[in-house]
Design a protein. Structure first.
Length: 201
């Protein structure tokens, strides 16, 4: 690539706002390959005609045909493998629940393209059942590693939620996030005691 400027960056098959190049995408200067083998140029309006003149960013084939605007950026879910790796790290489980989930769809050889990573009702149910099973399995280890667990009070639950929540959310929990999870704990605690409240949270 040559001469990068603010436009678009191709990342795992998605066009992401932020960076692009005004020259053709391959090192030979002949353009990258687009649909049906067409060459692709990416750039800014006025840069060799590589952007559509319609007022928005678009991909243009090597033959000058406009291929359309880049797809919107969307948030993707974890793949089944990423899900397993996450629960292994968070909970220390040796199981791989993701292996029983619906198979991740692939496009262009990748299984992590957000546009095809739908979450169907079946997958949502699989997530719920997995969370319940993992929560039941992990609760003993989680409580044994929490010194205040013997007290079994809301203050201890709050501390546990903040400590575990920072690891799970990958940032310190906000007051609103802590309050929401503490509310879940309180529902569980009222219907099954401290252990059940922590498990549900």
């Amino acid at each position: 690539m040559r001469k990068c400027s603010a436009a678009w960056l191709t990342l795992t098959g998605l066009m992401v706002p932020g960076l692009a190049c005004t020259a053709n995408l391959n090192a030979e200067g002949g353009g990258g390959q687009g649909p049906n083998g067409a060459g692709i140029s990416v750039g800014t309006p006025g840069a060799g005609g590589s952007m559509a003149a319609s007022g928005g960013s678009s991909l243009v084939g090597g033959n000058g045909a406009v291929l359309g605007p880049p797809p919107p950026t969307v948030i993707r879910r974890l793949t089944n493998t990423e899900y397993d790796n996450t629960v292994h790290d968070l909970l220390g489980t040796k199981t791989s629940p993701g292996a029983a989930f619906l198979v991740d769809e692939k496009r262009l050889g990748f299984d992590n393209i957000a546009a095809v990573q739908t979450t169907s009702p079946v997958r949502a149910e699989q997530y719920m059942l997995s969370a319940e099973k993992l929560g039941t399995e992990a609760i003993a280890a989680l409580l044994s590693s929490t010194p205040c667990a013997a007290a079994g009070d809301a203050a201890c639950a709050g501390q546990l939620i903040r400590d575990f929540g920072q690891k799970a959310y990958r940032h310190p929990l906000s007051d609103a996030e802590s309050a929401r999870l503490l509310g879940v704990f309180q529902v569980g605690s009222a219907n099954g005691g401290f252990k059940r409240g922590v498990e549900l949270a």
